[in-house]
Design a protein around this ligand. Structure first.
Ligand SMILES: O=P(O)(O)OP(=O)(O)OP(=O)(O)OC[C@H]1O[C@@H](n2cnc3c(O)ncnc32)[C@H](O)[C@@H]1O
Length: 168
């Protein structure tokens, strides 16, 4: 089976490769067609769907995947959120979200002004490319849950739903 994942981010590609270890997984750089920094569950989920839809419509694809990072608000506090989408050739859409953790209060103003979380994280830990490594979730869980592990869980949730509903 040919699976296309709409990202060049290694944490996302490796998550899909882990869950579909016996399939052919190809990365494809596609736009999310939402804001660079999604600010709600709805927008983040839509970004994942947009990416997966473009992937499944690429040549030779059997399944398309989109994994999207964003932030969302609960009672005034901003949380990291992540959504995934699996889209089939006949355009059935499955979605699932990942674990969420609170972001530091000091991020709120800049995120609301449109600064991307990736930039804030790199400044916060004084290191480049956090979003391609352990991610914000890795930093704020003291390295107990990495971004790749979180996306692996999301991809597992997608695979499980697709397997369940496609046999019914
Ligand atoms: O290459 P793509 O697939 O676009 O991956 P990305 O990590 O750059 O982009 P996302 O769409 O997943 O996330 C939107 C923004 O939020 C940032 N972001 C999301 N989750 C993050 C995390 O866990 N750690 C650091 N930055 C994160 C990310 O760097 C982007 O600036």
């Amino acid at each position: 089976m040919n699976i296309v994942i709409g990202s060049q981010n290694p944490t996302k590609i490796e998550a899909v490769r882990t869950v579909f270890a016996f399939d052919h997984v190809t990365p494809l750089d596609v736009p999310s067609n939402v804001a660079p920094q999604p600010m709600s569950d709805e927008e983040t989920r839509q970004g994942a769907i947009n990416r997966a839809m473009q992937c499944v419509n690429s040549e030779g694809a059997h399944l398309g995947f989109g994994l999207e990072g964003g932030v969302m608000e609960v009672e005034g506090a901003l949380f990291l959120c992540n959504w995934g989408a699996l889209v089939t050739k006949d355009e059935k859409i499955y979605t699932a979200s990942g674990a969420r953790v609170a972001l530091p209060e000091e991020f709120t103003k800049e995120l609301q002004a449109g600064v991307e979380l990736g930039i804030l994280m790199d400044t916060y830990v004084k290191r480049k490319g956090i979003s391609k490594k352990e991610g914000a979730i890795g930093i704020f869980t003291n390295d107990l849950v990495s971004r790749q592990a979180m996306f692996t869980h999301v991809t597992t949730l997608l695979r499980g739903q697709w397997e369940y509903w496609s046999t019914r």
